[in-house]
Design a protein around this ligand. Structure first.
Ligand code: IMP
Length: 430
């Protein structure tokens, strides 16, 4: 048996929460390795709905270890309130079940303020961030002025670091016409919660090494999707971290061979929140219908998601750059009742056909999708538990997708319920 890494293959919101939860029943350790509380993973268990942002999805299951790796940016206040909320739903969370890398970077109140001020300054060019301070925290991380969880153990050094951090940010906030922030205020707020947060902090790379030696199964849980990857996505309309599977290794502190099978969660159509290019977007009745049937509103921000046809060219690219071995196809039922379904098989750019999604910002906006059209199906696929329950046209749709993206379907999810899942190939067996 091998470990499994789950990532999104589109622009996020592919339904990772349910699949990770389903897989986590068979894993021993579940690890987040990038992003932060910009993510929103909805789990439905016995009709009880859990909305997780920062906590790994394994947290809702007894006997699992949940790990937040060094590649995640952690807002300690958001973390504590999420812990409180999930505990309120009857879930046991303690330093025995939740481990946070002591070398992870922390999101400070100034980062959310900067996110907000920078977005306002961008005007029409805004990126549509979640305003959780994710980008500014990663900026500080690579600029080597970030505050890390381990810094909370050293109040004197912490104070020095905060003073330096705020010299930088207050100059920027002033320039952007926003209110400056007193580093002492942040320090006091941090000191109020330091002990509680430090209770969860540890060397997670050691815990993961130990787990590996004991033959335990590790599930790496990605957030967002490959098209939001800071290198491979629709730059600059992306998030600030790498999403691709390779990040699971560096963002958790394991070697690249430890990440195991890479499962790309893929929605049967396409959605995107925030601004940026989206070649197959349908700003029409068909897009509206997908949005309504798929309840396409952001878990974190409540924003309405943009909807469009399945883009096989983009997913094929995601399969390649992210090293996806197989996909979990989700929300097929949203397409029930469409007379015809379109799939993008390439793009036209200035009269030339492309079989890839180009990198240039202008090119990404200009490409015109080339579609193939498939007949739809009128029967319901909602809740199907076996392939033989599916109408022939739905099976055809799945087969065509597999061929076009160059990766097989390992798992088919047919409703938000955990049990409505068809397993074709077990990713834990490679
Ligand atoms: P940020 O991650 O808050 O900086 O936002 C950057 C871009 O990523 C925006 O377009 C967001 O809408 C998008 N984004 C961030 N997190 C998610 C997610 O979990 N699902 C879908 N889109 C996301």
């Amino acid at each position: 048996m091998t470990n499994v890494t789950v990532i999104g293959s589109q622009w996020g919101d592919e339904g990772k929460g349910k699949i990770v939860d389903w897989l986590s029943s068979r894993a021993d350790v579940v690890v987040r390795f990038q992003g932060g509380h910009n993510a929103g993973h909805t789990l439905v268990i016995d009709e009880k709905v859990y909305k997780l942002h920062l906590l790994p999805s394994g947290i809702v299951r007894k006997g699992k270890i949940s790990v937040i790796g060094n590649g995640v940016v952690v807002d300690p206040w958001a973390l504590l309130s999420e812990i409180e909320e999930v505990r309120g739903q009857g879930v046991d969370i303690s330093p025995e079940t939740l481990k946070i890398a002591d070398n992870c970077n922390l999101i400070m109140p100034v980062h959310a303020a900067m996110d907000e001020a920078l977005e306002a300054a961008r005007g029409k060019e805004k990126l549509g961030t979640t305003k959780r301070g994710i980008g500014p925290t990663y900026e500080d991380k690579v600029a080597r002025r970030g505050i890390r969880l381990c810094d909370l153990r050293d109040p004197v050094l912490l104070k020095e670091k905060l003073n330096k951090l705020m010299v930088h940010h207050n100059a920027l906030l002033k320039g952007l016409g926003a209110e400056t922030i007193d580093p002492q205020d942040i320090y006091d707020q941090l000191m109020n919660i330091a002990d509680e947060v430090l209770g969860y902090s540890t060397q997670v790379w050691k815990i993961l090494e130990e787990a590996r030696k004991q033959g335990k199964k590790i599930l790496f849980e990605g957030a967002q999707g490959v098209m939001l990857d800071v290198d491979h996505g629709t730059y600059p309309f992306v998030t600030s971290s790498n999403i691709v599977a390779a990040q699971a290794a560096s963002g958790a502190g394991v070697g690249p061979k430890a990440i195991g099978t890479v499962l790309g969660i893929t929605k049967a159509y396409t959605t995107r929140v925030g601004t940026g290019p989206f070649p197959t977007e349908q700003e029409n009745a068909e897009g509206e219908r997908m949005g309504e049937r798929g309840h396409e509103f952001g878990t974190t921000t409540g924003r309405k998601r943009r909807c469009g046809w399945f883009d096989a060219t983009m997913v094929r690219q995601a399969v390649t750059v992210a090293g996806i071995d197989g996909i979990a196809l989700t929300k097929l039922d949203v397409l029930d009742g469409f007379k015809e379904l379109k799939i993008c098989t390439g793009y036209m750019l200035n009269g030339v056909k492309l079989d890839y999604f180009p990198a240039g910002q202008k090119e990404q906006e200009m490409v015109e999708p080339v579609y193939m059209t498939l007949e739809g199906w009128s029967e319901s696929t909602y809740g199907a538990r076996s392939f033989s329950d599916l109408p022939a046209q739905a099976v055809k749709y799945i087969t065509v997708i597999e061929e076009l993206i160059g990766a097989p379907v390992f798992i088919l999810s047919t409703s938000p319920e955990r049990e409505d899942t068809i397993l074709l190939k077990d990713p834990f067996y490679g």
